[in-house]
Each structure stands twice: as structure tokens, then as C-alpha cells.
Design a binder for this molecule. Structure first.
Ligand code: NAG
Ligand code: NAG
Length: 351
């Protein structure tokens, strides 16, 4: 661990580089979009767990997120006020189309790729895309808040402070806010504003749910949900024989997808606006990593195994040719384009 004073000077260096970072491509077109989907990758993003990044990489990542908070949105006709919010807005807009469907994992995989590309190409981050392997925290009895992911300097800050946030009126209006706040967990998990760490002064404009309100980063960390995220649970999931079995377990109400959202609490529990919390991307990168490991265990059969409905509760099955879209973030691709991490536009491995 570097001494505290050198952490401070590193922070200063990265802040300077963040300020000088400028967008390097045309609005709405990522540099990586110029590569043809399905062609072999020439460079790889070797994704790493947060605590396995160097301190410099962790500070670089955080400052790149803060840089996305400062960049303007590329599509100014929408509600997003920053480039960061544009990713959250895309998720809000598409929530009902990309959950409880066959392309849940493919769509979130590509969202994570686009986000990692933005950190590097638009904000000068030069490390790997990070994931949060919550099993490393769930397997031990140490309080979750002691995880390096919640560190105030080299992490994303800690818990919400009770009494510092109140949900807007009528949280039970599901069409306005999404199911969770008025749902089974109640307002209690919107504990309060995060008052330490890099995002303590950040103002978010989208959410909760589909509402537009100016608010802080809201969390409500609760150790009891660690039980959903243990490595034993992940091992059981990896035994799934088909994609159908795998996707239903990962996205079950008590599965590892919901587990990561509920453990952090607050905005992370809102299906629509969860992307306000930067941990959203590290949580989903870990879900993607579990899928990747499952695929890698039998690539001949699993790199083209996809199933499930195209719409929630629908009857039309998703195929490899099914088109998925990412408004304001990049061009449409097909489910096929997300399946093999060694081909464009993916180009990643997990360590
Ligand atoms: C619920 O929210 C939606 C979307 O904001 C709004 O159109 C509708 O009027 C609200 N319903 C009630 C009963 O407040
Ligand atoms: C991208 O996909 C969306 C949703 O399926 C569709 O409405 C849109 O027309 C597509 N855009 C292009 C350029 O094909």
C-alpha cells in the first residue's frame, strides 16, 4: 500500500489528465465501432477484479468515471445531462426490453464493453475494465463495508448515511419509479446519501426509476444479502447444462444478479435507474464474467447457445440474429456479435 501522501499526489495527476481528456471521435460513434463485428480482435482488455488493480489503476478508473460525469452528453435531445448519464439513460429507456428476456446477458455485456471503451477512449483511462467479485466479500465474515470496493479513496465510497435522503412522493407508482421502492424491500433500503468517497458531491439527474430528480448517490448496504453471492452459489450456477438453465438462475429474484443490486441497496435496487451507481458496471461485469466462464467451459456448444423470449413473458424465441440497440451509445448489433469475447466488438478476457 502506498503512503497516503503519494495517493494524494496520484489523485492530483489523474485529475489533471481527466480535465485535459477530450472526446476523440464523432458524437454517437465509438472508435471501436469502426471495427467490423465478428472479426478477430487485435488487442484485448484483460479485465480484472477491483482489488487486483494497482492503486494507480484504481485511481485512474475513478477519475475516468468522474470525467464521464463532466463530459456533455452526445445526444442533447434526451434527458441525460452528462456522458455518464447517457449510459444510465440508455438502460432506463430499455429496461423493459432487456430484462427477463433471452438477450439479458448479451445486452448487458455490450453495455459494459461500451462503458469500458468510453472510460479509455473518452477519458484517458489506461487500465483494464474492472469487475467486482462480490463472492470474495460474501465468503468471509468481515463486514461488507470493509471491502476494498467501498474504500473512500481507492474505492467507490461507503454506505448511505441514514436520514439524508427521502424518496420522492408516491413511490408506489410503479410506472413512474419502477417496482423496487414500493416493492417487497420497502423504502428502508434507500438508507441515505453516500457522504464519503469520490462521488459524495456528485448530483444525479435521472431516477429514481423513470423520474427526473436531482439527488445524491443513494445506498443502503445490508450484509444479510451476502448469502446470495457466495462462491458456492456461483459454482452451482456454473453446473447449468444449457443457456436457458443458466440465464434463469442468474436472473432469478434470489440469484446473483438481484443479490449484487440488493447488497448495495439504494438506487442500485431500482431496475431502471441502478446505473447512477458506478458499482452497477462492476457488478454487471462480474455477472458477465460468470457467463464467460460458463461459455469457456464448453465453447463448442456454448458460444452459440442462446434462448429465452424476445420480450418479457413473450413467446418468440431470441436467436443469434436478434438485433439489440444502444441509443446514443453505439450502433445496433446482433446477439451473435456478443457471444465470442475474442471477436469484435468484444475483445476481452477475464482474469
Ligand atoms: C404514475 O407515473 C406516471 C409516469 O410519470 C404518470 O403518467 C401517472 O400519472 C402516475 N400515476 C399516478 C396515479 O400518479
Ligand atoms: C436499431 O434497433 C432499434 C430497435 O430494434 C430500431 O428501432 C432501429 O431502427 C435500429 N436502427 C438501425 C439503424 O437499424
Amino acid at each position: 500500500m502506498a503512503p497516503f501522501y503519494s495517493l494524494l499526489s496520484l489523485t492530483a495527476v489523474y485529475l489533471l489528465s481527466a480535465v485535459s481528456a477530450i472526446p476523440v471521435s464523432e458524437p454517437g460513434v465509438s472508435l471501436s465501432a469502426t471495427k467490423v463485428p465478428g472479426t478477430p480482435c487485435t488487442t484485448f482488455d484483460h479485465r480484472k477484479e477491483w482489488r487486483d488493480l494497482t492503486v494507480e489503476q484504481r485511481l485512474g478508473y475513478i477519475n475516468a468515471v468522474l470525467c464521464l460525469h463532466k463530459l456533455p452528453p452526445r445526444d442533447k435531445t434526451r434527458a441525460a445531462t452528462t456522458r455518464y448519464e447517457e449510459f444510465q439513460a440508455t438502460h432506463i429507456l430499455l429496461t423493459d426490453r432487456v430484462h427477463s428476456v433471452g438477450h439479458f446477458l448479451p445486452w448487458h455485456r455490450h453495455l459494459g464493453t461500451l462503458y469500458g471503451n468510453a472510460l479509455r477512449e473518452e477519458c484517458g483511462y489506461n487500465g483494464p475494465t474492472a469487475y467486482w467479485d462480490w463472492s470474495r466479500d460474501a465468503d468471509v465474515s468481515t463486514p461488507i463495508l470493509e471491502s476494498p470496493i467501498f474504500h473512500p479513496v481507492t474505492g467507490f465510497g461507503g454506505d448511505g448515511v441514514p436520514g439524508t435522503y427521502t424518496l420522492p412522493p408516491d413511490p408506489k407508482n410503479e410506472s413512474a419509479i419502477g417496482p423496487f421502492p414500493g416493492g417487497p424491500f420497502g423504502n428502508r433500503i434507500w438508507k441515505g446519501c453516500v457522504k464519503d468517497g469520490p462521488f459524495k458531491d456528485s448530483v444525479f439527474h435521472l431516477g429514481p426509476g423513470r423520474m427526473l430528480t436531482n439527488h445524491c448517490l443513494v445506498r443502503g448496504i445490508d450484509d444479510q444479502w451476502k448469502r446470495m453471492l457466495t462462491s458456492d452459489n456461483v459454482k452451482t450456477m456454473l453446473k447449468a447444462k444449457t443457456y436457458e438453465e443458466f440465464r434463469l438462475v442468474i436472473d432469478a429474484f434470489n440469484g446473483i444478479h438481484g443479490g449484487g443490486h440488493i447488497l448495495v441497496g439504494g438506487e442500485m435496487t431500482n431496475t431502471y435507474s441502478a446505473g447512477a451507481d458506478p458499482l452497477f458496471y462492476l457488478h454487471h461485469a462480474n455477472l458477465d464474467r460468470v457467463w464467460w466462464h460458463w461459455q469457456q467451459a464448453d465453447p463448442a456448444n456454448r458460444l452459440d447457445d442462446v434462448s429465452g423470449p424476445t420480450t418479457k413473458g413473450g413467446r418468440i424465441p431470441v436467436t443469434l440474429d436478434f438485433e439489440i440497440d444502444f441509443p446514443a451509445l453505439g450502433p445496433n448489433i446482433t446477439v451473435r456479435d456478443t457471444m465470442d469475447s475474442s471477436l469484435e466488438p468484444n475483445c476481452f478476457t477475464y482474469e
